[in-house]
Design a protein around this ligand. Structure first.
Ligand code: ADP
Length: 274
């Protein structure tokens, strides 16, 4: 009851300190939470194929012992599960490498036309195998950006691979490189890369979440296609570092376009711009 007498009301210093540390704590907790979620998701994604592998080994040691035909079938599935684990680990390593390099400045002049040609040439055989033709158009002028060539190759690889994989039914993927230049309403613009497919498209509610780690739209359909749900998370990571934007346009039944808009180099005079 006599609290009023003994307690001193906190001075402004104390209050400031409290608020600061409270904010830091919330941010630290949020980061902590994100890390914990990520580790839990990654472990779960790895655990699933591993459990399947162990199950098949046990079956081969037990009920299927001596049944060569069954064993052959099981071995094919086991190889598929092991490949899935390898893909996951590769993507996790890519993400972690990107995080470690986040502060390495971007300095190379990268020709987006050359990058696209490289990626399209590399992916054509895989696409042909699933009945998809990849066409490359442009650039119609200067399409160079300051960046990291390997990272930009990875961006385009992921987008073109997705377009072939998920847009397979469309039979065709168009890759367009548009040079930067004088834009119509918004002044000058940086170069643009577009990857368009004519597959089933993506329902609107999934679009804002596509770049989340492990997010896969239409789980049943996506699971049938090989993937980890990390491809677009990697793309987003790299594009943020290049100050480029990912724009997704998709119409269910008609296909999707994933566009990357790079910043206009001329408009940017900040020395530490990345
Ligand atoms: P994944 O390894 O599953 O391909 P991504 O992060 O690359 O992971 O893509 C996330 C999800 O976005 C995919 O699982 C798929 O559902 C959807 N998606 C990506 N690209 C396309 C596309 N071109 N057409 C339809 N759906 C797509």
């Amino acid at each position: 009851q006599n609290r009023g007498k003994t307690s001193t009301s906190p001075g402004p210093e104390t209050v400031k300190y409290f608020i600061l540390s409270f904010r830091d704590l919330t941010e630290a907790r949020r980061m902590d939470r994100m890390r914990t979620d990520f580790v839990a998701n990654a472990s779960h994604e790895l655990r699933t194929p591993l459990a399947s592998l162990m199950g098949f080994v046990e079956t081969m040691q037990g009920p299927a012992r001596g049944d060569l035909k069954a064993q052959e079938r099981f071995l094919a599935i086991m190889l598929e599960q092991a490949s899935r684990m390898a893909r996951l680990i590769d993507d996790l390593l890519s993400l972690s490498r990107l995080e470690m390099r986040a502060h390495v400045p971007l300095r190379d002049t990268v020709d987006l036309g050359e990058v696209a040609l490289h990626v399209v040439d590399a992916l054509r055989p895989m696409a042909a195998e699933i009945g998809v033709e990849i066409a490359l158009a442009g650039p119609d002028g200067d399409a160079t950006v300051i960046g990291d060539r390997d990272e930009l190759i990875q961006v385009l690889e992921n987008l073109v691979e997705n377009a072939c994989k998920y847009g397979q039914s469309g039979g065709r993927v168009d890759v367009r490189i548009v040079a930067g230049g004088a834009g119509s309403s918004s002044g000058s613009t940086g170069p643009l890369v577009e990857v368009q497919d004519y597959g089933p498209g993506i329902e609107r509610q999934h679009v804002p979440r596509l770049t989340e780690r492990f997010y896969r739209a239409d789980v049943g359909e996506s699971r049938a296609k090989k993937g980890t749900g990390l491809g677009l998370a990697i793309v987003k990571h790299i594009l943020t570092r290049h100050r480029a934007r990912l724009i997704v346009r998709s119409e269910p039944g008609e296909g999707s376009t994933f566009a990357v808009r790079f910043p206009d180099a001329n408009a940017d005079t900040r020395p530490d711009a990345r």
